[in-house]
Design a protein around this ligand. Structure first.
Ligand SMILES: Nc1ncnc2c1ncn2[C@@H]1O[C@H](COP(=O)(O)OP(=O)(O)O)[C@@H](O)[C@H]1O
Ligand SMILES: [Mg+2]
Length: 266
């Protein structure tokens, strides 16, 4: 079984832009396609784990503090999909760990786990936990909701990531993508936000232009503790996340699936 190689961080310093929705659905879709996937919930709010009703007794907080191995905190939630859950206790990690040496803890804790792919959901805070996510990541996806404020957040996030990676001497080995979310092409908000993304030289080069369309079923799905593939498999949200996940997995250096996917899955 291959050791964990590809780790995709889902990052944006703005909340409510679709980070958790993206992390959950890329992870779920990759698992459905036959990959062995670990979803790491690095947001102390714990929403990514909550979508799968994962309420483990051990969480990322314990793993980061060395109280248990990652394997002891990981729970299986779907075929091929495991979750390393979070808890509000992780809000205190910044105070419990010393800065500097602590940035690569997550990277160390995830080393040699037997997955094809890890998806790392993050909180909007550029604190120690997010530094750990970025240090552990090979690739980055930045969901950007289609409003003017979100473009500002995207610029700030890129700047924050750059400052952090330069200071810590970490480079993403893979790729970074800007993923438009809540796209509704008939609205002026989406048109203006897309134009702003395309006009920004740096954001434009990272842009995955099709994006994820606005889809209320995504909200209903996660509220009912299901993925969109379970709740509304024919919805726009299901289509768009399948397309985006296939795109990510077709990139150079992407992992090959080590499981046989179920026939009923996409
Ligand atoms: N494509 C979409 N269409 C409609 N609603 C969405 C979409 N993506 C996310 N949402 C909703 O927006 C809210 C914020 O999404 P979430 O993934 O929790 O953002 P974040 O993790 O960045 O805070 C949630 O209620 C979620 O269901
Ligand atoms: Mg979130």
């Amino acid at each position: 079984m291959p050791a964990l190689v590809r780790r995709i961080a889902v990052v944006n310093m703005k909340g409510g832009v679709g980070k958790t929705t993206t992390a959950v659905h890329v992870a779920a879709c990759a698992a459905m396609l036959g990959h062995r996937v670990l979803l790491v919930d690095a947001d102390p709010q714990g929403t990514a784990g909550e979508v799968f009703s994962a309420r483990p007794s051990r969480t990322l907080n314990d793993v980061m503090l060395g109280r248990c191995d990652a394997a002891a905190a990981i729970v299986n939630v779907r075929p091929g999909l495991d979750v390393l859950g979070s808890s509000p206790a992780a809000f205190l990690l910044d105070a419990a760990l010393l800065p500097g040496d602590s940035d690569s803890l997550l990277n160390q804790r995830l080393a040699s786990l037997p997955y094809d792919l890890a998806i790392l959901d993050s909180s909007p805070a550029m604190g120690l936990l997010t530094y750990n996510v970025l240090t552990a990541a090979t690739d980055m996806v930045m969901p950007v909701a289609m409003d003017w404020m979100a473009i500002m957040g995207a610029r700030r996030t890129l700047q924050g990531v750059r400052t952090m990676t330069e200071r810590r001497g970490h480079r993403l080995a893979g790729a970074a993508f800007v993923l438009p979310t809540m796209v509704n092409s008939v609205t002026n908000a989406t048109k203006a936000a897309m134009q702003a993304l395309q006009a920004d030289a740096e954001l434009a080069t990272l842009l995955y232009a099709p994006g994820i369309r606005q889809c209320l079923d995504l909200t209903y799905a996660t509220a009912s503790r299901q993925t969109i593939f379970e709740y509304a498999p024919s919805s726009r949200g299901a289509d768009d996340y399948q397309r985006f996940t296939s795109f990510l997995l077709s990139r150079p250096g992407a992992p090959t699936a080590s499981r046989v996917p179920a026939e009923s899955q996409p």
